[in-house]
Design a protein around this ligand. Structure first.
Ligand SMILES: [Fe+2]
Ligand SMILES: [Fe+2]
Length: 151
């Protein structure tokens, strides 16, 4: 049983964000699966799974940060701060796996993120999706019906 599986309760009803979140869940599952191979001493597979997950998370969080700025959330908003903290944690875990072969920190990271993600998605990401809808912002075209500059 995966620590986190996709379910409709995670949806924020913004197609791009939901697609990205499905990928987040899938790649976290990839890290979890790679923990099995690490039991047999293969930490390279785990490292690659973690790299894929971190690469995804960097783009995922950067995209949301950029949309937040577009719809008028300031740069110091807690949503962006939370992204930065979680990314820092991921990088620290990656460093410890690389430097010390510390599989245990990865084993702790998976359930921690599985617990964090639904809360983050249900509050901060859902708030972003709501703001995008309220401003009539189309991320595909960059068009916005009610830009914050006009407030
Ligand atoms: Fe997100
Ligand atoms: Fe987010």
């Amino acid at each position: 049983m995966s620590a986190l599986t996709w379910n409709e309760a995670l949806a924020v009803d913004q197609p791009h964000i939901d697609a990205t979140h499905r990928e987040f869940v899938q790649l976290l599952g990839g890290v979890e699966a790679a923990l099995e191979s690490a039991l047999e001493g293969d930490t390279a597979t785990l490292g690659r799974a973690l790299d894929d997950f971190i690469t995804h998370s960097e783009a995922h969080f950067a995209q949301e940060d950029a949309w937040m700025l577009r719809v008028g959330f300031g740069a110091g908003h807690c949503h962006g701060t939370e992204h930065a903290q979680v990314l820092e944690l991921m990088h620290e875990v990656r460093r410890r796996l690389q430097a010390q072969g510390d599989v245990q920190v990865v084993r702790q990271l998976v359930p921690a993120l599985a617990q964090w993600f639904p809360i983050h998605a249900g509050s901060l990401d859902a708030g972003l999706a709501e703001a995008m809808r309220a401003r009539g912002f189309d991320p595909d075209t960059g068009q916005m019906l009610k830009p914050p500059e006009a407030d």
